[in-house]
Design a protein around this ligand. Sequence first.
Ligand code: GLC
Length: 573
Amino acid sequence: MTEFRDKVVYQIYPKSFKDSNKDGFGDLQGVIEKLDYLQELGIDYIWITPVFPSPQKDNGYDVADYCAIDPRFGTMADMEELIRESGRRGIGLMLDMVFNHTSTAHEWFQRAMAGEKEYQDYYIFKEGAPDRAPTNWQSKFGGSAWEYVPQLGKWYLHLFDVTQADLNWENPRVREALKKVILFWKKKGIRGFRFDVVNLISKPEIYEDDHEGDGRRFYSDGPHIHEYLKELTRDTGIEELVTVGEMSSTRLEACARYSNPQERELSMCFHFHHLKVDYRDGDKWALMEPDRRALKKLFEQWQTGMQSQGGWSALFWCNHDQPRIVSRFGDEGRYWKESAKMLAASIHLMRGTPYIYQGEELGMTNAHYSRVEQYRDVESLNYYMILLGQGKTKEEALAILAARSRDNSRTPMQWSSETYGGFSEKEPWIAVPDSYQKINAAAQRYDDSSIFSFYKKLIALRREKAVISQGSIAFLAPDNADVLAYRRQWEGEELVVLNNLTAEETTVTAEPAWTAYRKILGNYEDIAAGAERQERPAGQADKVTGSRPDRMGERMAEGRIVLRPYETVVLEK
Ligand code: GLC
């Protein structure tokens, strides 16, 4: 089924979404409280990051029990209520399945440590001398990917934190156990699944040193990955739900296959190439201005490549692992609103299913922490030490964290200008950025010119115009690296989307036919501005209609259009 193509997913990081029981830590009842807000925004699915029992070494991505709820988040009854209440509002709930690894606190790992052979086989244990790891592979959070267990005389593999032990998917018992987890949640009425780093589950037959990199080329899109995904989908019937795989260091051909409906693996893929254009030499911890030419090229390559190979992409700028996009590729100052809206339109109108990460619809910015004590993320804290070890000063290391830390997106959701941004009445587990006074939901919800209202319009537009969800894509303006422009076409319908990625005015070559096109959305002179602003009943999306005369014709002179700073313009044939 491909009916997820006209849907929009909203990602919730529950720990930072809304605290209902005043412990400074977000929870499921908090999510339930805010469902009306989400219904008003108009989204179809909520993807909620892990709420399972967990030591929280990696904020829940270290799962100790896949079929229960961590008391910090609430109870199973709360989860059932959330499923029910979302369903009542036409919203499906998607759970986050972390199947590449479990927490070392998981019963399986505990039994392995206690010497049970059967459970050692659930993980990747290798014999070896205590002073020499089986390979030189590096953990994604820094340091060796292997940990020695003296009482067993063996090493175990952990591609992430030392408390996240990789599962052995070659063992059919592991695969069966994980299928049971899916069936358990499916029965409860879960409408979809996000699979964490799922393209890392198939490890190579031979474990060898990587002399070219950190080992990832041996296990990313590994040898049996397509087989495993097909089997999982076939045996759990998740094809009728929506599924998305998070693909780490992946290849286009692999992603096209994971998400081609004929392959019966997954609905769609997250791939990250466009979010590395500000990594110097591919190094996340080496700062660089975003390379817009590369960004444009990558979008073109992935969008047209996925299209020609029948794949489907998840469209996103933000998630709980990425800094805030407006701070990263936009402007937090003078053009805060314009750039946030331009970034929204540029991603939502490509070919794929858009994902909005909590607070993105408000233009939330980076945390701007200035002390290492303010950080919580294991990756940030590890890299802070690594950077100091490399000879960086504290100031330099803090400047890198301020730009790159995953905590930038994990700060509490800014609901209002009240204490702690209306997230909680108690001091939250992670500090609220100062920006909450200005940037918050209460200030934007009923303002038709707000970033929130712009997201609402984008979602409504997707419902109204099949060309957005079904159409083909072709890229325009190849000569201007500052402009991300594309054309969508479907059964005679056509949209042209022009995005100025910079704070300077820029010009694009216009096709003569465009003079007759209608501007249906923009971030300057928004069409609904000045026009009727009606309070609509919750759940009913804004209808986007051209209520203002379009001015594009006037702006097109000698075959060129001047785009204002961070301007986005959507033209319809
Ligand atoms: C994914 C998650 C990230 C987590 C990692 C390990 O990348 O998005 O938050 O740390 O997997 O589970």
